[in-house]
Design a protein around this ligand. Structure first.
Ligand code: MLT
Length: 261
């Protein structure tokens, strides 16, 4: 199995990800937020790459069943219902809702992977479930870190490195790594003993703590706290159906149809 890591979405374009198996990581915080939202009963999350798209897609559906979530500079966007803190995405807030998610880096990376064969969302909260999904698929994977405005971000690289480590530990698996995957593995080994310290010390962790989201840092390094796999299905992200079950032929929501236009 070949595992290629990209430390920033700008290192790989949409065409290169086409028909590939892709994992998108945005530990702080879009991946962690999506995992929380779907686990708490959101019908789907629709990633978009701009505020304009979020407004267009939610259009006149905005309100009861369609919510806008996301951030600019870590804070909720004017006219949106939710920010980008996983703790906001409670059952009470999101159950049954379609969430249009617009974030600075995470949702943009997910949109970039929209033509992938499979695209799953990963973070520390769901890492073992993602490993099971990768093993079940049994094919090559590209791991795309959302990074920070086209740059490297430590927390995403360490999470990618943890995926590499968990796969490399499997005796039955021969794993071929690109150089970034080797480097991510080394970073994970360096920081694995104290992920909270790593996340508190990284650029975006310090920034979020400074604007009042220190509690998110703790939530986002909890390993396997939410064992679900969000996956892109058409234009929307939903929970992966348990293996062995047939994919439910659900009618697309009005919001999913709007994003397809
Ligand atoms: C992003 O997409 O850049 C983030 O998820 C930012 C954040 O809200 O922490």
């Amino acid at each position: 199995m070949k595992i290629d890591v990209y430390f920033s979405p700008v290192q790989v374009d949409e065409m290169q990800l086409r028909e590939k198996n892709v994992i998108v990581i945005d530990v702080l915080r879009a991946s962690s937020t999506i995992v929380a939202a779907l686990h708490n009963g959101a019908r789907e999350v629709i990633p978009v790459s701009s505020i304009e798209s979020a407004v267009k897609v939610s259009g006149n559906l905005f309100g009861d069943v369609v919510l806008r979530g996301g951030e600019r500079n870590g804070k909720m966007i004017d006219g949106f219902n939710l920010g980008n803190s996983p703790s906001e995405y409670t059952e009470e807030a999101v159950k049954g809702k379609s969430i249009i998610l617009c974030t600075t880096n995470g949702s943009v990376a997910m949109v970039r992977a929209r033509h992938a064969k499979n695209m799953a969302v990963a973070c520390f909260n769901n890492i073992s479930a993602v490993i099971d999904f990768i093993l079940e698929t049994g094919e090559d994977f590209s791991i795309v870190c959302a990074g920070k405005v086209s740059l490297f971000s430590l927390e995403d690289a360490v999470c990618a490195g943890m995926i590499v480590k968990l796969l490399s530990d499997r005796d039955s698996l021969v794993v071929e790594l690109n150089d970034a995957a080797v480097a991510a593995h080394v970073l994970y080994k360096t920081y694995s003993k104290n992920l909270l310290k790593m996340i508190k010390g990284c650029d975006h962790g310090r920034y979020l703590a400074g604007i009042g989201f220190e509690n998110d840092l703790k939530l986002c390094v909890e390993i396997d706290s939410i064992p679900v796999v969000p996956m892109l299905a058409g234009n929307v992200i939903k929970l992966k159906a348990p293996s062995g079950l047939k994919k439910e032929e659900a009618k697309p929501s009005a919001a999913a149809e709007a994003v397809a236009d």
